[in-house]
Every structure is written in C-alpha cells, then in structure tokens.
Write a protein that binds this ligand. Structure first.
Ligand code: NAD
Length: 357
C-alpha cells in the first residue's frame, strides 16, 4: 500500500524524535511491502523563523494532500515573548481547526516492563491499565458563546457557555464506538447529567447512537466518579467517551498515573481527511539537541497512525511489540531509567526498536 505522510517535526526535541519515528515507519514499510512517502513542512517556532507564520499556507496544503500527519512538538523559550497570535502553539491549534480534527484519542497504557514507574499502588497497577480517552476537541465550554467578563450588579462576573448540539455529540460518539470495536468493545460515557442540561443531551444522544453498536457494551458515569475510579481501579475502563473540558482533565489524569510522559502517544481525527498523530509531551527545550529524549511516545504514535488511518493493525501491533521488546531487553532512555538497565540516547533507542521489528 502506498501512503503519503506529512512530517511536521516542529521545535525542540521534535526533529530528533520524528527522525526515530520515520526510521521505524521505513522499517515497517520494508517488512510489510508498503511504500510510505514522506513530505516535510514547517510548523511552530521553526515556521515563524522560516516563513514568518506558525502555520504557513504551504504547510496546510501539504497536510491536506497527505494521508496522515506526523507531528513532533512545537514551542520553546525563543518564541515566548511573541504576541499570542504569533506563538508556536497557535500553529498547532490552527492546523487542528483547519482540518476539522474534532476527536482526540489518547491511550494510556501501563506496560508491565515499566510497572515501577506507575503512580498507583502495586496491587491496583497489577490489575492492568489499558484504556483510551476519546475527547471531543472543538466544542463545549471552551468554545461556547456567549462568554466574557463584565460587571453585573456592581460585581465583576465571568461566564462561559457549556454547549453541545446533537450532531457534535453523534460524531464523537461514533469515533468512540468505532475505536471500542478495535479494542475490547466497551465504552464508558462520562458526563454530569445529574446537574447539566448539555450532559443530559449528551447521554441521550450517546444512547441513541448505541442502537447501531449493540456489540459494544455501553456504560455511563458522572465525571466526579470517573476521576475517582481512574485511580481506584483503572482496569475497569476500555474506551472513555467524554466532552472537551472533562476530557482535558481526565486524559491528563489517565496519562500521568502511568508515570511516563515520554511513552504516551495520541491521535486527533476528523470526519474525513488526514488524522494527526503526535506524542502527548511538548518540545522539551531543556533537553533538546542532546540526543537524550525518549522517542517511544512518537514511535507509538506512528503505530496509532497505521492502525487508525491506514487500517494496518498487524503492522501497528508489530511496532508496539518491538517497543515492548526493547524495554523487556533492558534498554531505557534517561527519563525512564531504572537501576540495572542500560541507558540509551534517543537515536540508540530508535535503533533498538528497528532491530526488533
Ligand atoms: P514538555 O512536555 O515539553 O516537558 C516537560 C518535562 O518532561 C521536561 O522536563 C522535559 O524534558 C520532559 N520531557 C518531555 N518529553 C520528553 C521526552 N520525550 N523524553 C524525555 N523527557 C521528556 O512540557 P513543557 O516543558 O511544559 O513545555 C515545553 C514547550 O513545549 C512549551 O513551549 C510548550 O508550550 C510546548 N508544548 C507543546 C506541546 C505540543 O507540541 N503538543 C504540548 C505541550 C507543551
């Protein structure tokens, strides 16, 4: 199969980690007889320096014509003093908007090889943690109108609007049900329908959608309980379906309990067109250019790309297995280093994954 992948290495450790991901994709293509064509474009600080805009038009058009987008990270102290519109992060927000990427998928998985890094009690961690948060990304209280700060009855008053229409709920529910079918076929819809009207509609629409997905088990949970259950017994979750603000908080909670930021991939997808795949961490300017960054979150993001955008489940499994094998064989980058293991740099870890493919 021939696929075009638009690379957006970005800033800081971005180029280093994307280089390792590309190496792994090339090895996968060779092994399975595919052809991956890579196009590179500017985003973030690199685009500000190179083209005077954190998201140049040329980048948007390269992304649109690709089958998938593979992003490193953007940002760094060099651009911190620029106006909000010219900040590197604006490039990322704009590409998500341009491509209508309304669904954010964040798996959080505790690899047995890294059980020591988990922030949970050993008996809870032993039950396993392998879930995916499907978060709506372009609606909810973050975008709802009206919003503002004004004086009411002599008091400064701030307000936002929590709002979802049925179509927005339907399309994100569809993503969650489809994702569940490729996993353990369980969706837990998280909302606050005991107090919020937008959540009541959310629950109603999710239940309607479920009629088309009778093979997927659906449950409902209030967000306060979900936050608690995530640390009490995360093994009960497969796919968590939720709105923008609840998802923002829960996806961070779910990822941090695994204990290793450098290990966690993510995907953002829309109704059609290319999806965007990136590690959840930032550009780590403190370690950039020193070949010490952990490339595994980026490599695992490539596996998500193959599984979700290219329907290459076997290829994705092989990449994930190669990552686990490298860890099982005792190789670590500095951020996940443990006594008795062999420490490698970014490139060295990429090589170990390629060897195991
Ligand atoms: P960060 O995720 O870049 O770094 C936090 C800490 O984790 C740092 O100590 C860093 O060295 C470490 N770290 C991160 N990724 C690592 C990896 N792969 N291997 C080893 N260690 C790793 O977050 P930050 O420091 O808050 O932000 C730095 C810059 O990144 C800022 O400009 C911020 O706006 C940007 N940022 C970008 C994205 C993105 O592009 N999606 C996301 C978050 C932050």
């Amino acid at each position: 199969m021939k696929k075009t992948i638009c690379l957006l290495p970005g800033d800081g450790i971005g180029p280093e980690i994307i280089a390792q991901g590309v190496k792994v994709l090339e090895a996968t293509a060779e092994k399975f007889g595919h052809e991956f064509v890579f196009e590179t474009a500017l985003i973030g600080g690199a685009a500000i320096d190179g083209a005077g805009d954190p998201l140049p038009e040329a980048t948007v058009s390269k992304c649109r014509s690709a089958d998938a987008i593979y992003l490193g990270a953007v940002g760094g102290p060099k651009w911190d003093k620029l106006s909000p519109e010219m900040r590197p992060e604006k490039g990322l927000l704009r590409i998500r908007k341009e491509l209508g990427l309304f669904a954010n998928l964040r798996p959080a998985m505790l690899l047995p090889e890294l059980a020591g890094a988990c922030l949970l009690r050993a008996d809870i961690a032993a039950k396993g943690l392998d879930l995916m948060v499907v978060r709506e990304l372009t609606g909810d209280v973050y975008f709802g109108e009206p919003r503002g700060i004004e004086t009411r009855d002599g008091l400064r008053t701030g307000y936002n609007t929590m709002i979802y229409n049925e179509e927005e709920i339907r399309r994100i529910a569809w993503v969650a049900f489809e994702a569940a079918r490729k996993r353990r076929s369980k969706v837990c819809s998280v909302e606050k329908s005991n107090v919020l009207e937008s959540s009541r509609l959310w629950k109603e629409v999710v239940m309607e959608m479920h009629r088309e997905y009778a093979d997927v088990e659906l449950s409902h949970m209030y967000v306060d309980n979900a936050a608690m259950q995530l640390v009490r017994d995360p093994s009960q979750f497969d796919v968590i379906l939720t709105g923008n603000i609840f998802g923002d908080i829960l996806s961070d909670e779910a990822s941090v309990i695994t204990g290793s930021l450098g290990m966690l991939p993510s995907a953002s997808t829309g109704a059609s067109g290319p999806g965007l795949f990136e590690p959840i961490h930032g550009s780590a300017p403190d370690i950039a250019g020193r070949d010490v960054a952990n490339p595994l979150a980026t490599i695992l993001s490539a596996a998500m790309m193959l599984r979700l955008s290219f329907d290459m489940a076997e290829e994705a499994d092989q990449i994930e297995k190669a990552v686990r094998k490298a860890l099982a064989d005792g190789f670590r980058t500095a951020d996940i280093m443990e006594p008795g293991k062999e420490m490698l740099g970014c490139k060295g870890m990429g090589d170990k994954v390629v060897e195991r493919l």
